[in-house]
Design a protein around this ligand. Structure first.
Ligand code: NDP
Length: 288
């Protein structure tokens, strides 16, 4: 039997529609639209595409998009001054600095300069700490999107064995924290993990966030498991995930495709985080 294909594109469209319906009541209560500021430094092709689609999605949801495009040779002080101005701007509910930054800039210092209560990317150490301790804050968009898909498949996740392959600050670690919060038993695997196939074979939930095409083989998957493939790898044959999709779909219970799985969730959750931020800042109740 072949796995159910998890339609992240359709789920994300539904989430965006639910967000859009809450924007009008927010505007009526707050007297303005929720606002998201996106900062792009330099001309990186992939980053430009992401920033353009974030701006478009923000406007489509009825929110205000403030786009700041800075030249690649901008200095740290100028970038920090822009972040300070956005922190102080009452029309801005969310601030996102598109990564990666050019090598001469200190990305960690920029992230730490963002007001944690406007950090809709959830990368600030204060928000990482809030997530780890169960306090309300902002959770990085990609792992939160993965969790929404997993909840949609399983309902409750309590007691399930989960393996997260990858331990980055933006995907792997927050994903593991979210699964722990859902009462999964979580294994975090990385490049130094011994016998990765055995770790994957033991898991009811597999989240792959590595960046190596088809690293996870179909034969490693436990029959009936749910597989969430975060990987986006550009290859000669097009976009490929971190999981061998054809091999895994023959054994898994449910699996996300690449593209059309996790990818579309990221922007939808960014809009959700921006609306939630606007609601918290203006004292307007938002259905999260
Ligand atoms: P990073 O490069 O920051 O992290 C990769 C992780 O994979 C590291 O923790 C690394 O381990 C681990 N790893 C590397 N090789 C192996 C291996 N052979 N076995 C097990 N683990 C290994 O990547 P990101 O977390 O930023 O992104 C991961 C993937 O997700 C990428 O393909 C990226 O493009 C994609 N992505 C997709 C998004 C979306 O919207 N769908 C958003 C963000 C990312 P170690 O720590 O030991 O080096």
């Amino acid at each position: 039997m072949s796995a159910t294909i998890i339609d992240g594109k359709a789920y994300a469209a539904g989430l965006r529609a639910r967000i859009a319906t809450q924007v009008e009541p927010f505007k009526a209560a707050a007297g303005r639209a929720p606002g998201l500021a996106v900062v792009l430094v330099g001309e990186d092709a992939a980053s430009s595409v992401y920033v353009r689609s974030k701006g478009r999605a923000t406007r489509e949801a009825g929110m205000e998009s403030f786009e700041h495009r800075l030249s690649a040779d901008i200095d740290q002080a100028t970038l920090m001054a822009l972040v300070a101005a956005l922190n102080a701007d009452p029309a801005v509910d969310g601030i996102l600095v598109q990564l990666p930054l050019p090598a001469h800039l200190d990305a960690q210092a920029v992230i730490q300069a963002i007001d944690p209560d406007k950090d809709v990317d959830g990368f600030h150490p204060v928000n990482a700490g809030r997530l780890a301790t169960g306090l309300p804050g902002f959770v990085p968009c990609t792992p939160l999107g993965c969790l929404m898909l997993l909840r949609d498949v399983h309902g409750t996740l309590a007691g399930l064995d989960a393996v997260v392959v990858g331990r980055s600050n933006i995907v792997g670690k927050p994903m593991a924290q979210l699964l722990l919060q859902e009462s999964c038993t979580v294994t975090i695997a990385h490049s130094r993990t011994r016998d990765l196939p055995a770790k994957v074979r033991a898991a009811d939930i597999v989240v792959a966030a590595v960046g190596i095409p088809k690293l996870i083989e179909g034969g490693w998957i436990k029959p009936g498991a749910t597989v969430i493939d975060v990987g986006i790898n550009r290859t000669e044959t097009g976009l490929v995930g971190d999981v061998d999709f054809e091999g895994a779909r023959a054994v898994a219970g449910a699996i996300t495709p690449v593209p059309g799985g996790v990818g579309p969730m990221t922007i939808a959750v960014l809009l959700r985080n921006t609306l939630v931020s606007a609601g918290r800042r203006m004292g307007v109740s938002i259905d999260e």
